[in-house]
Design a protein around this ligand. Structure first.
Ligand SMILES: Cc1cc2nc3c(=O)[nH]c(=O)nc-3n(C[C@H](O)[C@H](O)[C@H](O)COP(=O)(O)OP(=O)(O)OC[C@H]3O[C@@H](n4cnc5c(N)ncnc54)[C@H](O)[C@@H]3O)c2cc1C
Length: 187
């Protein structure tokens, strides 16, 4: 007999956004279900430290990757090591207006989404970004300012362990509240 389960919230996608939403909602006492289109992630998939000669094609045959990821493989981050983390361009095509071609790179289909490949540069948006129409006259300002979101940057950065230097730019471009951390490997 099929057992029915009910949830308070359904989160679609387990990337940084969905993952954080799940954490906060679950901590608030809600029963959360998370739906992820990609395959489960596992430590054994992290093979980037293996020498190429241990790979089937020595990471020297880009045609193998291009066969199913002709667009994703334009991004040099998508290689024989990890191409199966990226969406299969043939199975998940998309269209763009004829006069506005766009190659949508870095589409991950994996638990954790793009956190699996991101570059770990943690810049904050500042009022230059959020209120840019005031500076250059283009587009619309966001209805919130840096001051509104600053506490949330603090919250997430402290949790994740983001650290860096106070560069004295328009917003703190790196969180420096926690100071440098030990490497994850050393935890
Ligand atoms: C190579 C690379 C380097 C980057 N470097 C940086 C950096 O240094 N600094 C920085 O700030 N940002 C960086 N970014 C951008 C950053 O990684 C992303 O903006 C961020 O991780 C996006 O998180 P997200 O949760 O919004 O989306 P995603 O991480 O894309 O998560 C979306 C998830 O939803 C799933 N999904 C999609 N459709 C469905 C569906 N229909 N049903 C169920 N699940 C679905 C996907 O499989 C995926 O897991 C980088 C991105 C890439 C690709």
């Amino acid at each position: 007999m099929t057992q029915k389960q009910s949830f308070d919230v359904l989160v679609i996608g387990s990337g940084a956004s969905g993952g954080w939403a799940c954490k906060r909602l679950a901590e608030a006492g809600l029963k959360v279900a998370l739906l992820e289109a990609g395959r489960p992630q596992s430590f054994k998939n992290f093979t980037e430290h293996q020498p190429p000669f241990e790979l089937k094609y020595r990471n020297l045959v880009p045609e193998v990757v291009r066969k199913t990821r002709p667009i994703q493989s334009e991004f040099d981050i998508c290689t024989e090591y990890n191409y199966e983390w990226f969406c299969n361009d043939l199975e998940e095509p998309y269209s763009t207006p004829a006069d506005k071609p766009f190659h949508w790179l870095g589409r991950l289909r994996m638990t954790g989404g793009r956190t699996n490949v991101w570059g770990r540069v943690s810049l904050r948006f500042s009022d230059f970004d959020l209120k840019s129409a005031d500076f250059d006259g283009y587009g619309e300002n966001w209805p919130l300012s840096y001051k509104d979101i600053e506490p949330y940057y603090d919250l997430v950065e402290n949790y994740v362990g983001i650290c860096g230097l106070a560069e004295g730019l328009h917003a703190r471009n790196f969180c420096f509240a926690t100071g440098p951390r030990r490497s994850w490997a050393g935890r």
